[in-house]
Design a protein around this ligand. Sequence first.
Ligand SMILES: [Zn+2]
Length: 311
Amino acid sequence: MKKRFVSLFVWVAAVAAAWQPRPAVAALKVVTTTEDLASLAREVGGDKVTVDALARGYQDPHYVEPKPSFILKLHAADLLILVGRELEIGWLPPLVQQSRNAKIQPGASGYLDASITVKILEVPTGQITRAMGDVHPQGNPHYWLDPGNGRRIARTIQQKLTEISPNDGAYFAGRYADFDKRLSEAEKRWEATMTQFRGTKVVTYHRSWPNFAERFALEVIGYVEPKPGIPPTPSHILDLTQEMRRQQVKVILVEPYFDLRTPESIARQTGAKVLVLAPSVGGTKEATDYITLFDYNLDQLVTAIRQSGAK
Ligand SMILES: [Zn+2]
């Protein structure tokens, strides 16, 4: 009897869910290259958008293996939002072309480069050669790891959504204002946590963290990669360990998609701690959205700094 009651309840619930009224106007289909941009698009777009990210947050965003599903998603998209600054140059352009979707081709109104209003660091001056490694001529593309840039991206998305769907302009403005307020509150909390750790010296695997380091006053003294995108070499690691000992660096930040053997060997030689942080939303299960991404990383970082005795 009890079982039958439960199954009847499940059936009624399923029918009720299926019978929910459909929105009068279909939601805008937004596709983003990364989960960070997806989180920001959801913040601003609310239930007026459906958002799909192509790359997962634990993948290296420079090298994403294209899947057939990517082309289907891009084909149906009203808006494509990308990080830009050549981050996705190795995988995105052919997919956009193959999507046969005129709305999201470069220059069309449904193609949004999220970097247009953000603060970009490490813009190279002078000529770039292959010997410099995978240097981005338009500056460091890992800019979303400064919450100030997250706010600028959200604003850019708000303006673009309003341009595409002007009738929902007030809704998007309200959503942006709410996100801005919550982000500002979070920033106060993060700054209060980090103030006693200002100037902490760290080494990072890839150059993913310049905006993060600038915002939270960390000093990056070196990289496990000898040059961006180039795997570590014995002579570089020897120089790096000597420099870390000299400057008493106790924390090595590593992105989740790199092999830990070299960082762990450096850590053994220098007494430092290897800390895998999430460079993106979805990089760890705790980083479920743009704000919890920073909550998680700063919490982990503070714990590591305390344990290592760096401060
Ligand atoms: Zn990079």
